[in-house]
Design a protein around this ligand. Structure first.
Ligand code: PLP
Length: 436
């Protein structure tokens, strides 16, 4: 690993243009106390910085790049439609083509609306749930992140957890009080709220597999319970599948666990690396959206043809079930090796993985919820992260962001990662012994 001279120069200049030098806080390296390399290109499983360093990329743009960077069929599809125009502000055949693929994967999304980000999708889904039920309160879970709209920035995960901002400044108290928070995997915390706010709860919004406090495995009974209690109370269940949609199978966590929500939100993989979001659900709920119904939501660039082209090519490829088997086996290979190494050197870790989505927590207890996630050793993670980066492996710059494996991460790339991981753990182990 070489120096980061050019990166440093660009980063310093960036801090003059952008708060913290970044256009999204999770890209900052503050939590791991180091200087971010400036990335200028990517291919397959790799990203490249301006100083000539190459990294095996487990950030994958925070999830979208499931096929790896610059997948040939995606690039071809984008190029083909690009030659026809960039944005029309009108109905296009491409939106319909992508919608058909989404419906095939998510039968619960009888109707949908494309938007430009996951934030827009969840914000609109909440508005729809309130408009449909005529109720104002919503329930979310501590440590789950659903984008940065005002109602959802309450006890959120992701960057707001990394930087300890439980509820963002700038969110009026009068609005935040309609967002009730419960504990993921804890039935009684949800029951209490339904009891206390009887007939006032519009919806529960949940990441069916939380991945923004690191990856937490859901107790399936808990998800089943969320489906039941929302039905019994005439509230809606929103599955935020911005990360999990198309990550675990062609159909998301709802297919994986066989639980049908009322509304689903998607993003990330759906756009194959270009900006997108989508929300959808049963026809009788979606018909409340303008221009059919009274719930307003709009977007100048929504359904953009280039984004649709990228999404169509990505989803078409993901229809092949073999892909998810391959991703699972690569995830398993990584997990097996990492656990073996950590056991050998007595480094306490909790490796949480579902398919190609994972988090390595430095924690001597299994991480099963928000509270145990918070007990992880973030300093140790930071040190581990910096050493890995130096040796060419790029994990998310926060203990609480998920890692992603793409189809371009072949067995040999995973084995190479494990070898580097082994070297880093060995150094970490001797440092820890000296410290003790
Ligand atoms: N929902 C979940 C589960 C997410 O992980 C994210 C972003 O990471 C969002 C919503 C917001 O998506 P976006 O960053 O595209 O606005």
């Amino acid at each position: 690993m070489r120096e980061l001279k050019k990166s440093e120069r660009i980063f310093v200049q960036s801090t003059e243009s952008f708060p913290g030098g970044v256009n999204s806080p999770v890209r900052s390296f503050n939590a791991v106390k180091s200087m971010p390399p400036v990335i200028y290109k990517a291919k397959g499983p790799y990203v490249y910085d301006v100083d000539g360093n190459k990294y095996i990329d487990y950030v994958c743009s925070f999830g979208p790049m499931i096929l790896g960077h610059l997948d040939k069929s995606v690039v071809k599809s984008i190029n083909k439609i690009l030659l026809k125009g960039m944005s029309f502000g009108a109905i296009t055949p491409y939106e319909l083509e992508l919608a058909k693929l989404v419906r095939e994967a998510f039968p619960s999304m009888e109707r949908m609306r494309f938007v430009n980000s996951g934030t827009e999708a969840t914000m609109s889904a909440i508005r729809l749930a309130r408009g449909y039920t005529g109720k104002d309160y919503i329930i979310k879970f501590e440590g789950c992140y659903h984008g940065h709209s005002d109602s959802l920035l309450v006890k959120a995960g992701s960057g707001s957890m990394t930087f300890s901002i439980p509820s963002s400044h700038g969110v009026p108290f009068d609005l935040a009080r309609y967002t009730l928070t419960a504990q993921f995997n804890d039935i009684s915390s949800v029951e209490r709220l339904f009891h206390q706010f009887k007939n006032k709860i519009a919806c529960i919004i949940v990441e069916p597999i939380p991945a923004n406090m690191g990856v937490i495995k859901p107790d399936i009974n808990f998800l089943v319970f969320l489906r039941q209690i929302t039905k019994e109370n005439k509230s809606l269940l929103i599955f935020d599948e911005v990360i999990t949609g198309f990550r675990l199978c062609f159909g998301g966590a709802q297919k994986f666990y066989k639980i049908e929500p009322d509304i689903t939100t998607l993003g990330k993989i759906l756009g194959g690396g270009l900006p997108i979001g989508c929300y959808g659900g049963k026809k009788y709920i979606m018909e409340k959206i303008a221009p059919e119904g009274p719930v307003y939501q709009a977007g100048t660039l929504s359904g953009n043809p280039i984004v649709m082209a990228s999404g169509i090519a990505t989803l078409t490829k993901l229809k092949d079930k073999k892909i998810y088997k391959i991703l699972e086996s690569r995830g398993r290979l990584l997990e097996k090796n990492i656990i073996k190494t950590c056991k050998r050197y007595r480094i306490p870790v909790s490796f949480n993985r579902v398919g190609s989505l994972f988090t390595l927590f430095f924690n001597d207890r299994p991480v099963i919820d928000y509270k145990t996630a918070l007990k992880s050793d973030t300093n140790l993670y930071a040190e581990f992260f910096r050493m890995l980066l130096k040796k060419g492996v790029y994990l998310a710059p926060s203990q609480f962001e998920a890692g992603f494996i793409s189809l371009a991460h072949t067995d040999s790339i995973i084995n190479k990662t494990c070898k580097i991981f082994n070297e880093v753990i060995l150094i970490l182990n001797s440092k820890l012994q000296v410290a003790n």
